[in-house]
Ligand binder design. Structure first.
Ligand SMILES: [Zn+2]
Length: 296
């Protein structure tokens, strides 16, 4: 199942790149040879899951110096050689198979992943700064061999972000389609994302992978009805956000169906303290650029 998923995910990703971002496609290496795969297994003393092996034999990651990252805005996809090198770097570090401090780290889901800074059953597949996504070949009691996890220096709630590499890549292909839906210019979405997003890109990817929510939304000028604008301007002036749920109703009346926008307005746990992206977007009138949604 997962192997079929990998093949069809790559077909979809390649097709998407051909239409929207040919450079990204040129910067994917050709497939790894059997010899490359054997060398990786020998170096890591692990047998690769079938879907990962298939994926590497379709595209052996990306070259070291490439302009486009594989995952939008960050994360270069590793070659067999990179995986072996990263893995051995971690394994020789002080963090290998060392229990994390329970006060600083929370794992998601708690028992699906070993509570380590790094475990030698984790093969890193892509990285942005100090943070990686990896295939987990030594899961916790409720985890699955071959699940995809995130871990790294700045990640305090590491955990499962996909049941397998095949599933993860397939969802990524879905995500690329969402990017096309929210913008006529997908390249601008990547760039806008990187410019405006104050979170680590990996956090956004995790958010999307775990909750099925992609934190970018496109506003529609039609949502700025007189009702909506009266409420938004009032909230903006008074900085009193108690009318946010009423604003949600007004937005809905104006035809807004965006869950990201509506849920944000109705979320009672939200303080909107550092300036609210929904209010700011409506009041500024800059509703044509895709917007990055965050908790405020
Ligand atoms: Zn807000």
């Amino acid at each position: 199942m997962s192997v079929t998923q990998v093949r069809s995910a790559w077909k979809r990703i390649e097709r998407w790149c051909r239409t929207n971002d040919p450079q990204r496609l040129r910067e994917l290496n050709p497939g790894a040879s059997k010899k490359d795969l054997r060398a990786l297994e020998a170096a890591t003393e692990r047998q690769l899951p079938d879907d990962l092996r298939t994926s590497l034999s379709i595209h052996n990651g990306q070259p070291l110096r490439c302009r486009s990252d594989f995952f939008i805005g960050g994360l270069r996809l590793y070659t067999c050689e990179d995986i072996a090198r990263e893995w051995s770097g971690w394994r020789c570090s002080l963090y290998a198979n060392r229990q994390t401090d329970d006060l600083s780290h929370r794992f998601f889901p708690d028992n699906a992943i070993q509570h380590h800074y790094f475990n030698d059953g984790w093969l890193p597949l892509a990285k942005e700064n100090g943070n990686s996504i990896a295939v987990d070949l030594a899961p916790g009691p409720t985890g699955t061999v071959g699940q995809i996890i995130d871990f790294g220096r700045d990640i305090y709630n590491p955990g499962v972000i996909g049941a397998s590499w095949g599933e993860f890549l397939y969802s990524y292909a879905d995500l690329l389609d969402i990017v096309t839906e929210i913008s006529d210019n997908p390249k601008a979405v990547y760039e806008g994302f990187y410019r405006t997003c104050d979170l680590n890109f990996l956090d956004a990817l995790v958010w999307w992978a775990r909750d099925g929510r992609w934190p970018i939304v496109r506003f529609d000028p039609a949502w700025r009805t007189s009702d909506v604008m009266a409420l938004a301007t009032g909230i903006s002036k008074s900085r009193d956000f108690s009318a946010m749920p009423i604003l949600a109703d007004a937005l809905q009346d104006a035809g807004c169906q965006s869950e990201a926008v509506l849920n944000h307005c109705r979320d009672r746990g939200c303080t909107h303290a550092n300036g609210c992206w929904v209010i700011d977007t409506l009041v500024s009138g800059n509703v044509t650029e895709p917007r990055w949604c965050h908790s405020d």
